[in-house]
Design a protein around this ligand. Structure first.
Ligand code: ATP
Ligand code: MG
Length: 313
């Protein structure tokens, strides 16, 4: 049985002109137990809206949603018993310390003392905040607050964890520790539903990804499948001057499809031998070839392919 199921979900808001505005349009997806499922999309694409639907904070205007086979609004108590959320705006108590925040949350959720006395130090350790646990949260950086919000969500050992842009504004080191914790959760059989607009995050964490734009799915699959939809790698040649690139283009073009921009030339090729043959056409000094790079397609290329725009805006 799938943990989350959305079937042709619309979520629309009325507008002044009488036309509805669709924050989500015909969104269907299924998240299985033990997987890390990622919604990847730019600002305003409907990520938080989707999290709020799964969390029972809003209802679809059309279509159906099930979480653990239940309706997240009607069966909110039952659904929330096994679910934890790290919202985009982390609501922590600034005047309390990290430890006090966790204690408050544990008591609010009715955790037994023998459980929270073990769990609180453990989750603080997991997110690397043990040393700062007695400091007021108001003195924490944005990244530390994100990590504390994650610790708080882990306190209740949820089956399903919803993460809305978990590493927004987090430094690389903390990001890596959050990533490894998220992977660890899935290995323990927990289900993770996360949103991001960092393609590296989706690429390295997710078992499956849906790329959304303006509330609609533009592409779906494993990171590998998505990147494979973009046919080829790109060889990028950098020349000293625009003029060198122009001369190089003249030599390439009868045989090879190339595009140029200023002092750079881009050639689509998956064939390493072809790449080497192209490089051998140019001598560093006479032809002004400075450097080259052979890049694999990224999720941004996938997005660009389907929407004509960049993922990061
Ligand atoms: N209460 C509301 N009334 C009208 N429009 C809304 C409302 N809430 C959200 N929207 C619109 O729905 C769209 C999706 O918003 P959402 O917050 O889900 O985007 P997001 O993908 O989470 O973006 P971000 O990356 O900035 O967090 C946006 O265009 C937003 O302006
Ligand atoms: Mg959002």
């Amino acid at each position: 049985m799938s943990v989350i199921e959305l079937d042709k979900v619309d979520l629309s808001y009325p507008q002044k002109n009488g036309e509805p505005f669709y924050a989500l349009r015909q969104l269907s997806l299924e998240v299985n137990k033990g997987e890390v499922f990622c919604l990847l999309g730019p600002n305003g694409s409907g990520k938080t809206t989707s999290i709020n639907l799964v969390n029972g904070l809003s209802q679809p205007t059309e279509g159906a949603i099930q979480v653990f086979g239940m309706n997240p609004v009607k069966d909110m108590r039952a659904v929330r018993r096994n679910l934890a959320v790290v919202p985009q705006e982390t609501a922590l108590y600034n005047d309390l310390t990290a430890k006090e925040n966790l204690l408050f949350h544990a008591q609010y959720y009715g955790l037994e003392k023998r459980i929270w006395t073990l769990q609180i130090p453990m989750v603080l350790e997991l997110v690397g905040l043990s040393e700062r646990q007695h400091h007021r949260v108001g003195t924490y950086s944005g990244g530390m607050q994100r990590r504390l919000a994650l610790a708080r969500a882990l306190l209740t050992s949820p089956e399903l964890i919803l993460l809305d842009e978990p590493t927004l504004g987090v430094d690389v080191q903390s990001r890596n520790s959050i990533w490894s914790r998220i992977r660890g959760l899935a290995e323990e059989g927990k289900t993770v539903f996360l949103t991001t607009n960092y393609m590296e995050e989706a690429d390295s964490l997710a078992d499956r990804i849906i790329i959304i734009d303006k509330g609609q799915i533009v592409a779906a699959g494993t990171p590998q499948q998505l990147k494979a939809q973009i046919t080829s790698n790109t060889l990028e040649l950098l020349f000293t001057q625009d003029q060198d690139a122009l001369l190089a283009m003249n030599r390439l073009q009868p045989h090879i499809a190339a595009e140029s921009s200023g002092s750079r030339i881009y050639i689509k090729t998956n064939d390493k031998m072809e790449m080497l043959r192209i490089l051998q056409l140019f001598k560093p000094i006479e032809d002004g070839l400075v450097s080259f790079e052979w890049t694999e397609p990224t999720l941004n290329d996938v997005f660009l392919h389907y929407t004509g725009r960049q993922l990061r805006n």
